[in-house]
Design a protein around this ligand. Structure first.
Ligand code: SF4
Length: 101
C-alpha cells in the first residue's frame, strides 16, 4: 500500500511529464521563437529541470546572462508552467509568487 508521499511523487511525475511536453510543444510554436535565443538551449538541460524544484547555481548563472530572461519568466507564469527553471525562477519560487497574488 502506498503512503501519501508515494502518491505525491506520482502526481509530481505526471506534472513533470506534462510540463516537458508543453516545453517541447512551445519550442515548435512560432510565437515562442524567443526560446531559440535562450542560453539554456545550449546548456545542460538537467540544470533547468532539477528534481527538487530549486534553483541550481548553474541555472541561476546562465539565466542571469540570458537576453530573454524576462519574457521567459512571463511565459512560465502566464502559461502556468509548474516544473523547471524559467527566467531564473525555480518552480518553488513561482508557486510562492502565484500564492502571493
Ligand atoms: S531565462 Fe533561463 S530558462 Fe529562460 S530561456 Fe534564458 S536561460 Fe533558458
Amino acid at each position: 500500500m502506498k503512503d501519501s508521499n508515494d502518491k505525491l511523487s506520482e502526481q509530481e511525475k505526471v506534472g513533470s511529464a506534462s510540463d516537458l511536453a508543453n516545453f517541447a510543444s512551445a519550442l515548435l510554436n512560432p510565437s515562442a521563437a524567443w526560446m531559440n535565443d535562450g542560453l539554456c538551449a545550449h546548456s545542460d538541460s538537467e540544470a533547468f529541470f532539477p528534481d527538487k524544484g530549486v534553483l541550481s547555481d548553474e541555472a541561476a548563472f546562465i539565466c542571469g546572462e540570458c537576453p530573454v530572461k524576462e519574457i521567459c519568466f512571463q511565459y512560465a507564469m502566464t502559461n502556468g508552467i509548474e516544473y523547471g527553471v524559467w527566467g531564473g525562477v525555480s518552480e518553488r519560487e513561482r508557486n510562492r509568487l502565484r500564492r502571493a497574488v
